[in-house]
Ligand binder design. Structure first.
Ligand code: ATP
Ligand code: MG
Length: 551
């Protein structure tokens, strides 16, 4: 890996021995949603750095907020991080495991006169915080004695007070130019069930208080977080310094934003709850589980994370780069097969009825070791409707009345007749084939301009094919007040297609290139031997190449 500002900091620490040469990172998701591609960047960064420096990376649930659905989220996050290819060994932790320790640390601060119980209401606290130009006002409860504070804090924990009636605050500086230092709240009262601690606690620690302690307890060396926490770093440091405990280094980097994508968990949850998508793992979602169902490989996501690197200022990455990474990966690895998504029947008049030839097809020209397979050829085929035009322009090199085209791995055929329905729609073509032009045989050297794909009608398997496209019509849906108003109505079109018989029993999750159409994968949830379901991962058209040229 080329160096960047994070690796530079670590190298410096290793040189001056700040952490004795250790590198220990963590990925700390809050289990209040599924992981998305932004989180994946953070996963790759934290686990990647640990691996590079022969260090360790913990998976830690930052479950300081009690909410109901957490168990489902915890399970999905574990599955996703593992799928991305990372291993935390026996270091799976929960912030809630440290609640008792955090409480003791809070007592320590109270005893030292560095924290106090404030009876002000949330509104009063907000109003007294001041503004950018005006310093905050000290709370009337700020000068309580340590004994009084200890008694009240104990009673807060014992459940004697109502939600919102009191908080524990750090006693720092109401005149600080940094808002985060104006006596921030450390604990609030919340009589709520927690997915792991049940009803044991009715006070819950705030993020800024809890996070540094979690890092400290786990002896993290580099606590990597996103840029919005830059202004919180002095508070992170203050808490650890006051307690005199082990002190990691917080480092901030710019979060990932992607065009045509929303990354806020709140908005993603809304899409799910309002039924705009089928779930967190809908293949149109930017979640790791959605990308997996869409056909993305862990390798392509790791490559993407590596290519975008880390930066100190926010920017938006083209989603075309992510799509480029999956194309590049699948181009090398996915077997190519033939499938017809908008079938047009073709009868080859001079091909004997009942005759079947098994033609040899190459699985992936990029990788000869992937071998070949047989595809059946017979008198009645399906081709793609748009590979035929009745009145084609000159540059149309596919099929048209009187014109010739090569059928991939098979023969050159010529269109000699067109059958239409009452409405005038073309429903069947009659063709003749040239027996001297079978692919790979002597005589097959005769050239025509176009080659199209096909399947044998009697042998092809019917399949449900879900043609996914971008979920939003605008580049920056995150900036639109109601992102629901810019949903792409064509983000999913479902067709019944025909795939070559080699795909019988294709395993859910397996990925293919449908020749000339794009990359597709067998749906992980809905596909079965009786009912094949394919999801389109991406088309073959690489828009990144165009963008990259302009850069
Ligand atoms: P919330 O608003 O719910 O806090 P969050 O996206 O910050 O949402 P967390 O679960 O707190 O979610 O994030 C876990 C880790 O992933 C954090 O270290 C966070 O900095 C990182 N992360 C979250 N979003 C992105 C993103 N878009 N790009 C890079 N890292 C991210
Ligand atoms: Mg967060």
């Amino acid at each position: 890996m080329p160096s960047d500002f994070i690796r530079d900091i670590i190298n410096e620490h290793n040189k001056n021995n700040r952490f004795g040469g250790r590198v220990h990172t963590r990925f700390p998701p809050e289990p209040n949603g599924y992981l998305h591609i932004g989180h994946a960047k953070s996963v790759c960064l934290n686990f990647g750095i640990a691996a590079e420096y022969k260090g360790l990376c913990n998976l830690r649930f930052d479950d300081t907020n009690p909410t109901k659905e957490e168990v489902e989220y915890v399970e999905s996050i574990i599955e996703d991080v593992r799928w991305l290819g990372f291993d935390w060994q026996d270091r799976l932790f929960y912030a809630s495991d440290y609640f008792e320790q955090m409480y003791d640390y809070a007592v320590q601060l109270i005893k030292a006169g560095k924290a106090y119980v404030d009876d002000s209401s949330a509104d009063e606290i907000r109003e007294s915080r001041g503004t950018l130009t005006e310093q905050g006002k000290e709370s009337p409860y700020r000068s309580r004695s340590a004994e009084e504070n200890l008694g009240l804090f104990h009673r807060m924990r014992a459940g004697e007070f109502e939600d919102g009636s009191r908080v524990l605050r750090a006693k720092i500086d109401m005149a600080s130019p940094n808002f985060n230092m104006r006596d921030p709240v450390m604990y609030r009262i919340l009589h709520a069930e927690h997915h792991r601690t049940g009803s044991k606690w009715c006070i819950y620690p705030m993020y800024d208080w809890a996070h540094g302690l979690e890092d400290s307890v786990e002896r993290i060396t580099h606590s990597i977080c996103t840029l919005e926490f830059e202004d919180h770093r002095s508070l992170y440091d203050w808490f650890l310094d006051q307690l005199g405990v082990y002190h990691p280094q917080q480092i901030e980097f710019a979060r990932l934003n992607l065009t045509y994508t929303i990354m806020s968990k709140r908005n993603l949850r809304q899409l799910v709850e309002k039924g705009h998508v089928s779930g967190w793992d809908d293949p149109r979602m930017p979640t790791v589980s959605g990308l997996r169902r869409r056909g993305y490989t862990p390798e392509s996501i790791r490559t993407f994370a590596e290519r975008i690197g880390v930066a100190k200022t926010d920017s938006t990455i083209e989603v075309a780069l992510l799509e480029h990474c999956i194309r590049e990966d699948l181009n090398k690895r996915a077997p190519r097969v033939m499938a017809v998504l908008h079938p047009l029947r073709v009868v080859i008049d001079n091909y004997p009825e009942g005759k079947i030839e098994e033609l040899e097809a190459v699985n992936n020209p990029e990788d000869p070791s992937m071998g070949t397979r047989k595809v059946p050829f017979s008198r009645v085929l399906y081709i793609e409707q748009d590979d035929f035009m009745e009145q084609p322009p000159k540059e149309f090199f596919r099929l048209a009345p009187g014109r010739e085209v090569r059928l991939r791995y098979a023969y050159i055929i010529k269109c000699v007749g067109v059958v239409k329905d009452k409405a005038g729609k073309v429903v069947e073509l009659h063709c003749t084939y040239d027996p001297e032009t079978r692919s790979g045989e002597a005589g097959s050297s005769r050239k025509v301009k176009g080659t199209i794909h096909w399947v044998s009608a009697a042998h092809a398997l019917e399949a449900e094919v879900r043609l996914y496209d971008r979920l939003f019509t605008v580049e920056n849906p995150g900036d639109v007040a109601e992102c629901e108003t810019v949903l792409n109505p064509d983000s999913l079109k479902t067709v019944t297609g025909y795939v070559e018989p080699s795909l019988a029993g294709a395993t859910p999750g397996s990925r293919y290139q449908f020749e000339r159409l794009g990359y597709f994968c067998v749906d992980l949830k809905d596909s079965s031997a009786e009912h094949l379901v394919f999801n389109r991962t991406v088309t073959l058209r690489d828009t990144w190449a165009k963008i990259a040229k302009k850069l």
